[in-house]
Ligand binder design. Structure first.
Ligand code: NAD
Length: 518
């Protein structure tokens, strides 16, 4: 069998993206330096070592923060539309590198090549969005209660935005943050996941070129590498006013407390436990496509992956049968081969968690109707390929209440009206994405009403995964409450200032308070 690395000519990909055998994982634009421990990046696709990265030491971290702080002084003075022009050029560079970067995402993280390209496309889309936004960073004007006074609000750049990201969207999450932060006049320091460091280096190399071509300070985009200890340095650092952290709820709870202890701001994008409600009025064919893609896409490793299907008892057996038939068609294997639907999960530890979850389902009284298993043999040498699972469970099972980052889909029944399905859907600690499949207007509107889904994302006749960049993205409850990407998510990257100007010769006080001096 031809090695996968040869199939995608990984050396050519790495060369195009400026990645060497050993890479300095600390960089401020064109300056690459780091002397910390070595981080090895293995591909879950074929188990091969792709390259090594040196991590950021404490003193190197200091240097990065000083460089970023200095860059901010310059960058914030550049008019926002001119900063938008830099983001436009960055979007163009991403277009030129889409194929190489998409392949690296697929090979280092394990998602399908189509999804790897999709992730880069999402970066390009957010750049386009941010360019327009750079001319729309507006506040309101208000009428003052005092004569001869003018009142308005404006948004100013915040400073350094610290970005901590997860392995499953190794490039897009960074761009969601940076494209907006840069037009807002902020500078960024990024710590990518220790599981996908090469994607971080590739992105940094692309933006470094843009900054160099425009004679801009390299500290506008900084990269630091390492495990959670490097992330901790950022969360404790009061020179970073905003920490945008994407990852598990476990991580988010620690980050939230650390940042709050210094009264910093945090933007948290954490775990999900997303459900689709299937009502008697659902279009079954659409439901099956939405549910299967939602459950097995990215091998169940999206924060928005469909974890639970809440099906009305009257159609339960029909949906269950259609799903098990659909699962028989799924092809698992090399994600760079477009014939396959499902690639590997990220590493051996994730495989262990998948196996433990299956044991727990049975222990708690659940039933595996598509039983799953770990694949071995030719093409599966990395040991990271698992079969997708369908299990019948109760919503209150401890395992169902947790997010297992693997392709495991839980089926559960509801009876009576859609209110009871909504109660099940909301009956978990997480609140990211949700969906209802129905052609009944009353059910759909109820689901979207204040008495409906309690999630940050609620869809009708669409699955739970696959958000567009135009909307604000994020979730409630243990998903962390943050919003990124579209709509007015940009406001978190700026500080708001309210201004009142008196253009009279007297000094009337607000609320009519009298304070006279002779
Ligand atoms: P993870 O929590 O293990 O790690 C995420 C990042 O946090 C890594 O860079 C890690 O080094 C860092 N980190 C961990 N502990 C830290 C600490 N105490 N202080 C500072 N940094 C710390 O998550 P993962 O396994 O990489 O990603 C999967 C998780 O991410 C899932 O729960 C998934 O739902 C979630 N996720 C959420 C979104 C969203 O937008 N809501 C998007 C992608 C992934």
């Amino acid at each position: 069998m031809t090695s996968i690395a040869t199939q995608i000519k990984i050396n050519e990909v790495l060369e195009q993206l400026g990645i060497q055998e050993i890479n300095p994982g600390t960089s401020t634009g064109s300056q690459h330096f780091s002397t910390g421990d070595i981080l090895e990046s293995y591909s879950p696709v074929d188990g091969q070592l792709i390259a090594k990265v040196t991590t950021t030491t404490a003193s190197e971290y200091e240097k990065v923060i000083l460089t970023a702080t200095a860059a901010f002084q310059t960058f914030r003075q550049i008019p926002a539309p001119k900063r938008g022009e830099i983001v436009r050029q960055f979007g163009d560079k991403l277009r030129q590198n889409k194929e190489a970067l998409g392949k690296l995402v697929s090979y280092e993280m394990g998602k399908s090549l189509q999804e790897g390209y999709g992730e880069v496309q999402e970066m390009i889309d957010i750049c386009d969005f941010a360019v327009g936004l750079s001319r729309q960073l507006h506040g309101l004007t208000m009428h003052s209660e005092r004569p001869g006074h003018r009142m308005y609000e404006q948004y100013h750049s915040l400073g350094i935005v610290g970005i901590i990201s997860a392995f499953n969207f190794p490039v897009a999450v960074w761009a969601w943050n940076t494209a907006l932060a840069w037009v807002c006049g902020d500078v960024c320091v990024w710590k990518p996941s220790e599981k996908t460091p090469l994607c971080g280096i590739a992105c940094q190399n692309i933006i470094a070129e843009v900054l160099k071509e425009n004679n801009l300070p390299e500290g506008i985009s900084c990269l630091i590498n390492g495990d959670y200890t490097v992330g901790e340095r950022m969360t404790q650092d009061s020179r970073i006013p905003l920490i945008s952290a994407t990852g598990s709820t476990r991580m988010g709870k620690i980050v939230a407390q650390t940042v709050a202890a210094r009264l910093g701001k945090s933007l948290l994008e954490l775990g999900g436990n997303n459900a689709i409600i299937v009502t008697p009025d659902a279009d079954i064919k659409m439901t099956i496509i939405g549910a299967v893609f939602g459950a097995v896409g990215t091998a169940g490793q999206r924060c928005t992956s469909t974890r639970r299907l809440i099906i009305h008892e009257s159609i339960y057996n029909k949906v269950k049968q259609a799903l098990t038939d659909a699962y028989k068609q799924l092809r698992i294997g090399n994600p760079l081969d477009e014939n396959n639907h499902i690639g590997p999960i990220i590493d051996q530890n994730a495989v262990k968690q998948y196996q433990q979850a299956l044991d727990k389902i049975i222990k708690e009284g659940g039933k595996l109707i598509v039983p799953g298993g770990v694949l071995s043999g030719e093409g599966y040498e990395s040991g990271c390929y698992v079969q997708p699972v369908i299990a019948e469970v109760e919503n209150h099972f401890e395992i169902v209440q947790c997010e297992t980052f693997a392709p495991i889909l839980y089926l559960m029944k509801y009876s009576g009206s859609v209110e009871s399905a909504i109660a099940l859907q909301n009956g978990v600690a997480q609140g990211l994405s949700s969906a209802i499949m129905t052609n009944n207007l009353r059910e759909a509107e109820l689901f979207l009403s204040v008495a409906g889904s309690d999630c940050g994302i609620a869809n009708v006749n669409i699955g739970t995964s696959g958000a567009e960049i135009g909307g604000a993205f994020g979730g409630e409850k243990e998903t962390g409450g943050g919003r990124e990407s579209g709509s007015d998510a940009w406001k978190v990257y700026m500080r708001r200032q309210t201004n009142t100007i008196n253009y009279t010769t007297s000094l009337p006080l607000a609320q009519g308070i009298k304070f006279d001096l002779d």
